[in-house]
Write a new protein. Structure first.
Length: 701
């Protein structure tokens, strides 16, 4: 009943919202309706003798299950149906408005979606018969199916468009380049994503070309590894494994298509999937591979240690999931002291990770890691930081469906702790605690990003763990209803089929249409004639040479950061002519964009991009201009670093200094106070180039 009320809530938003916030205008009505539903639920649950004969039918399992799934599907569909700023339409439904007069291509997509749903049902029936026949070959078939699904994921979902947005990808590329030119990780080289992604990015730039596009390939590889590990988790959680693998493969496509409401590209930034959540998912998989009653393994220890070396966020997520798992098992077994011993054992790899990082840093730099500066990034880039938050809109309630499934898993776990004879689902204790509980905790972590930012569409980040929780139950429920032949099952099957047709049609059209934000294998072959491995590699090499900020590119974010003033291009030209043999150069160019991004915050990436394309890096210990400027302690550390400029070195300064960040302003002021700068004859319009003079000052012109 609560889901049914939530399903029609977007209608109230449209009809009653107006200029006044909906919750202020209809808050009393919503509270009254919720309380009434709760009271009625309690009455129905505890009444020994039904108040009227109709209640007896309502209490039957088929009707309750049917009502639940009808409300669930209606609720999920309504969230994509109505958007407050446009009556009964949002970018997704607007995309389908052409189906009122379908073209032959759209009809073909609908038929393909229907064929996919039919294949899903056929796979479920095939697997059921195969297992009922007690054949000995179904385990090899399962393994082949898993390998095929993972291989197909890598083949079909690698994005050849390489949406290399400079602002986001430089968060790892900049620190990686600083390491290449003498920086020390966690001493004077920092990234808000942690040391792990920086090292992986450095490895990628070492094996491939030093370009923003290569950084994007590194990000995509991590995301594809995330998809693969998630597919293994889904495989282990499902009873019907073959249809689950097909649903998993399709869910990844819907995740990519749904990002940005069908008009975005999920690969454009390193903060969305793999680089952020891969170590945490590794812990979920490691726990699922344990054999009860085991609590620890080499894999859990390795996962915790990798997370500790990867980032603070990964460590908190991985260790938190493991400790929650240990705590619930200890409470279930009434073993309080074992919870303490298991918790200590789970934390030992953390100490190992900290000791390893500290020892390596001490050997390399003679200093311990500066954890204080690194943790300052958490206060600025944390999900609850007011710097990035947006006002919530009514679609924020989309979190309710995910919360419902999370609460279902947690309620089942706690109920079995309180009373071993009670349970909510038919899951075995091993499946519940070792597989579904860790996945539910991962779902909480991945949806928390959405809650903190209040950007409604990024809730889709949590789609994959959400799918892993509901798909086994949906397939199991569908099997039971198909066998029962109850009239209610017809309605239960109808809604998922309709929603499936909608979701699959949207996915196929979004990912494969001409002009898509993605360029998958199908576009590369159809639109560019790259249908063989050699032509694909040649096309990839061509895209690796694209230079965002300097070149006009089609990707939305990269196009936004094009340097129309020519400042970056002039600085690259100056370095190539006047400092070709110098690995580091003092460059001060400020921002690419003339206006701030948020409040008074500017992008501050012009200097980084010029040095990247010149094959050099900063003379000062700077990792990434945009991020460094947001951390006051790091600003002070960089500015206070004693660096003596040698006679004859060049210093490149943008003539318009109004876009400079805090670091560039203070460092340039320090140089001018301590060093004699000799202005070279003007050769460039946007930049001024100086040479460091000697004790005798500047030579006469």
């Amino acid at each position: 009943m609560a889901l049914s009320l939530l399903a029609v809530l977007p209608l109230f938003v449209r009809v009653l919202g107006g200029d006044e916030p909906l919750l202020f205008k209809t808050g009393r009505s919503l509270i009254a309706a919720t309380c009434s539903a709760a009271i009625l639920t309690v009455i129905l649950n505890f009444t020994q003798r039904p108040l009227m004969p109709a209640f007896e039918q309502l209490r039957s399992t088929p009707v309750m299950v049917g009502a639940f799934f009808c409300a669930l599907w209606a609720f999920l569909f309504s969230l994509f149906w109505i958007e407050p700023r446009a009556p009964f339409s949002n970018p997704i439904t607007h995309f389908f408005s052409a189906f009122l007069k379908p073209t032959s291509g759209q009809v073909l997509v609908l038929l393909f979606a229907a064929l996919t749903i039919f294949s899903l049902a056929a796979l479920a029936k095939f697997e059921t018969r195969m297992r009922d026949g007690a054949t000995r070959h179904f385990q090899p078939i399962y393994r082949i199916g898993l390998g095929f699904a993972i291989g197909l994921t890598w083949l079909c979902y690698f994005d050849f468009s390489l949406p290399a947005d400079a602002l986001h990808n430089m968060t790892n590329i900049g620190p990686a380049l600083h390491l290449r030119f003498g920086g020390v990780l966690m001493v004077d080289t920092f990234s808000q994503y942690g040391p792990g992604p920086v090292l992986v990015t450095l490895l990628g730039l070492t094996l491939g070309p030093t370009t923003v596009a290569m950084g994007n390939i590194v990000v995509q590889i991590q995301s594809l590894l995330f998809y693969s590990l998630w597919m293994v988790c889904l495989y282990r959680m499902s009873t019907l494994k073959l249809p689950s693998l097909l649903i998993g493969f399709l869910a990844i496509g819907f995740l990519m298509a749904g990002w940005g409401q069908g008009e975005g590209n999920i690969n454009f930034a390193p903060s969305i999937l793999g680089p952020r959540y891969l170590p945490i998912l590794s812990m979920v998989l490691a726990i699922s591979l344990l054999h009860p009653p085991a609590r620890h393994s080499t894999l859990t220890a390795v996962s915790t240690m990798i997370a500790g070396l990867w980032s603070a966020e990964a460590l908190i997520g991985s260790l938190g999931i493991h400790l929650a798992f240990l705590g619930m098992l200890g409470l279930r077994d009434r073993a309080i002291f074992r919870i303490l011993s298991d918790g200590i054992l789970a934390c030992l790899p953390v100490l190992g990770a900290i000791a390893t990082l500290s020892l390596l840093t001490l050997i390399q730099a003679g200093k311990l890691p500066n954890y204080h500066v690194y943790l300052d990034f958490m206060s600025v880039y944390g999900m609850l930081s007011p710097l990035w938050s947006l006002p919530a809109n009514p679609l924020f309630l989309g979190w309710s469906a995910i919360l419902l499934v999370i609460f279902l898993v947690l309620a089942d776990g706690w109920l079995r702790i309180f009373d071993h004879s009670q349970q909510v689902t038919e899951l075995s204790p091993a499946a519940l605690y070792y597989q579904f509980l860790p996945m539910a905790l991962l779902t909480i972590l991945m949806s928390a990003y959405f809650v903190g930012r209040s950007v409604e569409y990024v809730i889709i980040i949590a789609l994959l763990p959400f799918i892993a929780l509901i798909v086994p139950g949906l397939l199991r429920t569908g099997t039971i209803l198909a066998q029962s032949k109850h009239p209610a099952s017809l309605l239960v099957f109808t809604l998922p089929v309709l929603v499936g047709l909608w979701a699959l049609s949207f996915t196929f059209l979004t990912l494969t249409r001409q002009g898509s934000t993605y360029s998958l294998l199908i576009q590369e072959c159809r639109d560019y004639g790259r249908c063989t491995p050699s032509t694909l590699v040649a096309g990839l090499k061509e895209k690796l040479r694209v230079r965002p900020v300097l070149d006009q590119v089609s990707a939305q974010w990269s196009r936004y950061y094009f340097d129309s003033s020519g400042t970056v291009r002039e600085a690259v030209d100056a370095m190539q002519h006047l400092a070709a043999d110098k690995p580091t150069v003092s460059v001060f160019l400020g921002s690419v964009l003339p206006t701030p991004l948020v409040g008074s915050i500017r992008d501050n990436i012009a200097s980084d991009m010029a040095l990247l394309y010149a094959g050099k890096w900063h003379r000062w210990p700077r990792s990434y201009g945009f991020s460094d400027d947001l951390i006051p302690a790091l600003v002070d550390q960089i500015v206070s670093t004693p660096i003596r400029l040698n006679e004859g070195e060049i210093v490149i300064v943008r003539r318009d200094e109004t876009t400079f960040g805090e670091i560039e302003r203070r460092v340039l002021r320090k140089i001018r106070a301590e060093t004699t700068l000799c202005l070279l004859p003007a050769q460039w319009k946007e930049i001024a180039v100086y040479r460091v003079g000697g004790d005798a000052g500047c030579p006469a012109q």
